[in-house]
Design a protein around this ligand. Sequence first.
Ligand SMILES: [Ca+2]
Ligand SMILES: [Ca+2]
Length: 202
Amino acid sequence: MKAQLFAKGCDSMDKLQSVFKQFDENGNGILEKLEFNEMLTKMGIFLSTQELRTIYDNFDLNHDGGISYTELSHVIRNVVSDNRMSIIMNVFNQLTHGEPSIHVDILKKQYNAAAHPRVVARHLTEAAQWEYFCNGMAKHQLDNGFLTLEGFIEYYLDASCMLPADKDQWFQQAICSVWSINNANGGADTRSADYVSTARIN
Ligand SMILES: [Ca+2]
Ligand SMILES: [Ca+2]
């Protein structure tokens, strides 16, 4: 289902929100079962009544019989892979040199929007990517302008939670490019061919 959302260009939380609104036809902030089914059908997912009930109940976390936007985004966020989470934490540690927080102004100096794969592929302009980044920082920074690991993770969850699992490689490339970092693995992805463990180097 994530793959299908991604294919439709729904690759960020902002877009998830507009998808939600689009299918919330009666505008009550809840996806009823019929509306939810409509959304899946538009994605090309056809379910039996029994399957629909099971999936619907899984998304309805508080069991009040409706799926709110919070529930939909919560379920989708929670399937972000450990691998990607580990990459995010590793990059943050490299940027802060192990400090628990870093000022957003410093991050802005280091961030290279032009190197983002979306910009390189001309899916987004550099200015648009830069604006997206700045808005994200503004949303997650503390009042004193510092960003903690938590805010950094939140930013990347917003930005990437809709990427399907098989896009981990793409995600890693994106995060390394914009921050000019060579290795975001930190031992997270032992499957990649060029992975050399520090144990082996030493
Ligand atoms: Ca509704
Ligand atoms: Ca609910």
